[in-house]
Design a protein. Structure first.
Length: 749
């Protein structure tokens, strides 16, 4: 059986570094495993086409990313005799003729087949859990033949954690699970592999940890808000030991309502009813056990808005202006918790007319991610049809960030849209098109409590007015105005350029435009607040390889000519190219394949860097990073300044999807950066601490989760500058089919 990937990443993105010890060829390759004769494993990989290559090193071991053995070879495959029945992990790195090693490859693994013709997996029986405490448990079981064993476990049925594989084969095992949380339900299953490599798995079972230390202080360990209606809400909470409880609540400055639960238990639940709709309540929980009390912080919940009534978002709501469900497009919603506490989140779906369609409440694990696929039918299956365009807002008792992924059903191409909390009265869509190749949609959401009066004006790249709305366009409170092809609706054909959106009666607006090609690949332009225009801007990533090219756009938001110097920077913060450009008043200047232009290259430059722009007039800039095979664009807008603490809403290294990461240091000194990834449940899965980024330089990874040692998983990535240097961050989610979208780092300050 062959598990080989015959594509070398090095052949796409070769990078050479001059070091004090000589020339080092950084070799990033994908390798594969071929199972050959019984007891043997052949590791094979694609060759590296480079005259400086001296050979390859094959590394292997019994734990992921922990390699206890290695062997050099000049060939592109190596056969090893390894112990049967055990799972081995393999990775390959190259070295040059001075024996300087390069980066290690992606990791692959396999269970080594033993001798003989045994094809029958072991039979697992007598699975039991014992000696359960607040942090540990023992799982015992037997097999009908000698086998290596481990236990997979987690707080959901997707599991996610595992014990190490046993060192010796046996028929009876008693494996310890540690690091568990108190009063938490865990799911688990047993995995057994016999000496011939045959594997079997038990059914998934569960157990719950205990109170933990009986002398520990009384604690409230989890609070959940659910079953929210326009008149009632259910609140549940857990304590680390049996206790009675009281919940106090109120809609004003004082909490004048209360409900008591007198039974001494660990899992508590009360339903508060008879409440008015669309009302924010403050509440607090008091627990008591043996004369000792514990008190929660003061939290909030909001009763639901009535269906078919005008939406009434609270002041802390965040908004997603465009969610679509039809035959061509579906929308997934992601919600990130930004704190060490689980977030209870109300989601309200609103129609174009500003009337509530449906609502629900979800919980997001601390530092975790909750994703709702096909969000409209998931939340509002009884009230939405097969062709619905809506918006939604989210209200939470903890700080959160949210994002939507609009996905083309035929190509699975994702276009990513980040939530907004505040709108503005003048918005720029940097570029919209209605040409033979591309068209642009437009969605404008009114965040105001009254109807908004809006004007649209489309400009050509030379700043001339192509078209404008002659009468004010009316958008209901919390409603949306949507165009499938905005320039066509304005009477513009065969042209492209920026669109200016103005609120004539000062209602705050947010906007988004999806640029799509005729083959339906696409990307989002989020509406940019005119206040974000500045004399200096940073574009965090540009690239020119056989796979990707980058186009640059510069918008002049003023009524005067703008002279802009575009500077190309490398990883070390050094300028490697510069080009002056002029942008007409209200116009747009676009530089196709900007890297090649700045380097003066007539062919593929095989270079990645970032841009600094300096102008004599306030500008907004953006790039379109385009897949050369599919012409699928991903858009990223410039930043005027960085932040020391940022979040990338979701990254992936699972199935067909991967995520890159670029971190630009815009500070005046070297930055020390911690990069931390949590899975959807909030569990820490990987981290790089103290990554050094030169002054005005950047760090890049083509697959950030692989760099963090995380495979087969997804979740948010948090970045912190230890020495407070400002950072600009962008992540490209891409698939093996060439589709992609951008997550821009969201400041958490």
């Amino acid at each position: 059986m062959e598990l080989r990937e015959r594509e070398s990443y090095m052949s796409k993105n070769q990078r050479n570094y001059i070091q004090s010890c000589g020339i080092t060829v950084i070799l990033l390759i994908f390798c594969g495993v071929t199972l050959a004769a019984t007891g043997s494993v052949t590791v094979a990989w694609d060759p590296i086409q480079d005259s400086r290559l001296g050979g390859y090193t094959v590394n292997w071991g019994l734990s992921s990313r922990t390699y206890t053995n290695s062997q050099n070879t000049s060939a592109t495959q190596l056969t090893l005799e390894l112990e049967a029945g055990k799972k081995y992990y393999f990775a390959v790195n190259g070295y040059d003729k001075q024996l300087d090693p390069g980066d290690i490859s992606a990791e692959v693994s396999t269970v080594v087949n033993g001798s003989g013709n045994d094809t029958t997996p072991p039979v697992i029986s007598k699975v039991a859990v014992g000696n359960i405490t607040g942090s540990t448990a023992f799982v015992s079981f037997t097999t009908n033949e000698e086998a290596y064993a481990q236990v997979e476990y987690g707080t959901t049925q997707s599991l996610g954690s595992a014990t190490g594989l046993t060192n010796d084969a046996a028929t009876s095992n008693n494996l310890r699970l540690s690091g568990l949380s108190t009063l938490t339900t865990y799911f688990f299953r047993v995995v057994a592999t016999d000496l011939s490599g045959n594997e079997s798995r038990s059914a998934i079972s569960s157990f719950k940890t205990t109170d933990g230390d009986p002398n520990a202080s009384l604690r409230i360990i989890q609070i959940t808000v659910s079953h929210v209606t326009s008149s009632a809400v259910r609140i549940t909470w857990s304590t680390n030991k049996s206790a009675s409880g009281i919940i106090q609540f109120g809609s004003g400055s004082t909490m004048n309502g209360s409900l008591a639960q007198t039974d001494p238990i660990t899992d508590h639940s009360v339903t508060i009813s008879g409440l008015p709709p669309s009302t924010v309540y403050r509440y607090q929980i008091l627990a008591s056990s043996g004369g000792v009390q514990a008190t929660s912080g003061i939290l909030t919940f909001k009763t639901a808005d009535r269906v078919s009534q005008p939406a009434q978002p609270s002041p802390n709501a965040i908004f997603v202006p465009s969610v679509v469900e039809n035959g061509n497009i579906r929308t997934n919603l992601g919600i990130d918790s930004l704190t060490d506490s689980a977030a209870n989140v109300n989601i309200t779906v609103v129609g174009k007319d500003g009337l509530v369609i449906a609502g629900t409440t979800v919980q997001v694990p601390a530092r975790g991610l909750t994703q709702i696929n096909s969000v409209l039918p998931s939340i509002a299956s009884s009230t939405v049809g097969h062709d619905t365009h809506a918006d939604l807002y989210l209200e939470s008792d903890q700080p959160i960030s949210a994002w939507a992924s609009q996905i083309d059903n035929s190509t699975n191409d994702p276009s990513l849209l980040i939530s907004k909390q505040n709108g503005s009265t003048q918005i720029l869509i940097p570029s919209a098109a209605n040409t033979s190749s591309f068209s642009s949609s437009l969605v404008i959401m009114n965040l105001g409590s009254t109807s908004a009066q809006v004007a649209l004006k489309a400009y050509g790249i030379d700043g001339s007015v192509l078209a404008e709305s002659h009468d004010p366009l009316s958008i209901p409170a919390n409603g949306i105005l949507a165009y499938d092809n905005v320039l066509q609706s304005l009477g513009v054909n065969g042209n492209y350029g920026p669109i200016e959106i103005t609120s004539l009666n000062s209602n705050p607006l947010v906007a988004a435009s999806r640029v799509a090609s005729k083959n339906r690949s696409g990307g989002f332009f989020e509406g940019v607040n005119y206040a974000e225009a500045a004399l200096t801007q940073v574009i965090p990533h540009v690239v020119d390889t056989a796979d990707l090219r980058t186009n640059l756009g510069v918008n002049n938001v003023t009524s005067f000519d703008a002279t802009v110097m575009v500077r190309l920077m490398n990883k070390d913060g050094q300028e490697v190219g510069a080009l002056p450009v002029t942008v007409a008043p209200k116009g747009l200047t676009q530089i196709n394949n900007v890297v090649r232009e700045l380097l003066g290259s007539s062919s593929v430059a095989n270079f990645e860097g970032y841009l600094q722009l300096e102008s004599n007039q306030p500008i907004i800039a953006w790039v379109s990073e385009i897949d050369n095979t599919t012409n699928d664009p991903g858009f990223a807008v410039s930043k005027t300044q960085g932040a020391r603490h940022l979040l990338v809403g979701s990254t992936a290294n699972t199935g067909i999807f991967k995520s890159s990461l670029v971190v630009v240091n815009t500070g005046g000194q070297e930055a020390l950066v911690d990069i931390v990834m949590h899975d959807a449940q909030g569990n820490l899965k990987g981290q790089l601490n103290g990554v050094t980024i030169p002054t005005h330089g950047f760090y890049t990874s083509q697959n950030i989760l692989e760099s963090l040692g995380v495979t087969g998983n997804f979740g948010p990535v948090e970045l912190t500058s230890r020495n407070a240097q400002p950072l600009v961050v962008v992540s490209r989610v891409y698939s093996t089919s060439g589709t992609s979208g951008f997550f821009e780092g969201v400041p958490l300050e």
